[in-house]
Ligand binder design. Sequence first.
Ligand SMILES: [Zn+2]
Length: 406
Amino acid sequence: MSTSLIYHTQGIQGFQHESFSFSGGCVVQRLKRKNFRCLQCNSRNVSRYQTRRRKIQALPYGQKPTFFELDVHQLYCFTCGKKTSEQLPFLSHPKARLTKAFERTIVELRRDMTISALSDYFKVRWHTIKEIEKRHLQRKYARIPLKSVKVMGIDEIAYGRDEKGKIRFWTIARDLKTGAVLHVDKGKDGDSLKNFLKRLRQSGAKIEVVAMDMAKAYISWVKKNLPGTKIVFDHFHVIKLMNDKIDKERRELAKTLDKQQADQLKNMRYILLRNEENLKPNAQERLEALKAFSEELCELHTMKEELRSIYRTAENELQAALALGDWCEKASVGCSKNMRKMAKTIHSHWEGIIAYWSYGGLTNAAMEGFNNKVKTMIRQAYGLRDLEYMRLKIFDLPKIRQNDGI
Ligand SMILES: [Zn+2]
């Protein structure tokens, strides 16, 4: 009965039940291999001697943590004369401390439970669960099909600082039609895309459009490596750059103020960067007060809203070019240095900015939503040292709901 039970509940074949014992609140089930075969030639004509005793955590019986205990042997084969070490087929790798069936259950539950919750429930170390998920992600994303990718997005995302206090970045490439993550690597330049380029070439993919921000590194990477591919500076990145300019102006202004005023200004940050229609009435009032306080911030904020309105209303390239042309003219004689700089940037990236209107598929929501997901994950993983695990988690993000924790 117990032997058939371990097959039907724990997925274990070729072993038989010997005994049950209880110790320290755990169930310990002794198992014995039914018969031994040479790993080289499959002959049964082998002699064996025990090398060690192993304890492997299995799916719990009820609420009790459950362990299998069994002896592992060295085998000598009389048929082929080879010496081999006995392998346990119910482990995902020779050093695993949990059965495969248990690991599968953990991976399945991980979709709905945090690592900490799983660790508490199953009495398995946090680190062990993370490693199980990591191996699963490594297998899952070992080969990402690239052949049918046509519209791609390249982006950089900051994820903390290195030992010297420098901000660290990931470069992320995504298929903007399916949302799938295609590549994640350290850094924010062409080098971060080296391996990706190799895979891209092997796949024979024909990339038509790449959406990105206006950073030089990615632009020259596309021009050099993907000739004939159109570069688009999308809505999300243009507005993001505009927000960066506003933030810069705010910080510059803060330096000229006393501490109390500077702190007040710091608290106004989100009011300036948020879309105006999303502000609550009292925030709206504070925004007006802030605008009266600084001519430069007032100008930048008004121009940001005008820029957003161009994206909302222009229906084609021609309308966009006319409206943006007017906008640039106004911005280039602005009172804020940051405003004039923004006008220059738009001018020098004109073609790629206008090209946005030719590609309806590049929706802002998809890019912004994904970036927010990555940021949420980084926040939740604060203090987590395993960068490779975090990198792999990014591949999983399109399938994860926003509020799932680490
Ligand atoms: Zn043999």
